[in-house]
Design a protein around this ligand. Structure first.
Ligand code: FMN
Length: 183
């Protein structure tokens, strides 16, 4: 059992990273092998819409660090995407990663690599955890193209890096979701 986490915040030690780490801890406690990647630290080019993936059986033609992540996702049983909310949406780092998953769309991904379990988590300054529900549900539905997606975990009212550690409810939920990905 392998679970991979992707962090879409540029802030090391930020709230998103902590949430993804907490989910991975839960998964690890349940016996999974885990790995974490910071998208901001990798060279991931935006999708070039060349459509080569559609004639290459889902293989993306852009040779960058996303090739490593494609491999990790294919080999995983479950994966996690964490992102901060920037301007009412996921960060650009997370969106570029998400767009690149287009390579898997309509190319027999599930038949070849299995149905993944997927968790999504978002950190936002807005204390109202329902502020972006419509948008986040749309993201959840779209990630449903690649597997079974949990309801997004939202950490509201977070501004300074690490602030989320003071929110016991969200931290506990993150750990539970990580466990649930495995069990
Ligand atoms: C460029 C930028 C845009 C932001 N836009 C929003 C926003 O639209 N809504 C919101 O609630 N918080 C917004 N925030 C606050 C972040 O979502 C919040 O600080 C979050 O905890 C950052 O996560 P991190 O610690 O993982 O980097 C924004 C922050 C930045 C830097």
């Amino acid at each position: 059992m392998k679970v991979v986490g992707f962090v879409g915040s540029p802030r090391e030690g930020g709230n998103t990273e902590i949430l993804v780490e907490e989910m991975l801890k839960g998964a690890s406690e349940s016996g999974a092998e885990t790995k974490i990647f910071n998208l901001n630290a990798l060279k991931i080019t935006p999708c070039q819409a060349c459509e080569r993936c559609k004639i290459n059986g889902g293989e993306c033609a852009t040779d960058d660090d996303m090739q490593t992540l494609y491999k990790e996702i294919k080999e995983s049983d479950a994966f996690i995407l964490g992102a901060p909310i920037y301007m009412w949406q996921m960060s650009a780092q997370a969106k570029i990663f998400t767009d690149r998953l287009y390579a898997f769309f309509m190319t027999g991904f599930e038949e070849k690599y299995g149905k993944k379990d997927i968790a999504l988590t978002f950190a936002q300054g807005n204390p109202d955890e329902n502020a972006f529900t419509d948008y986040l549900n749309s993201v959840k539905d779209m990630y449903g193209l690649f597997g079974n997606v949990r309801d997004p975990l939202v950490a509201g009212g977070t501004h300074e890096p690490g602030e989320i550690k003071g929110n016991e409810t969200v931290m506990r939920r993150a750990r539970e979701i990580g466990k649930d990905l495995v069990n």
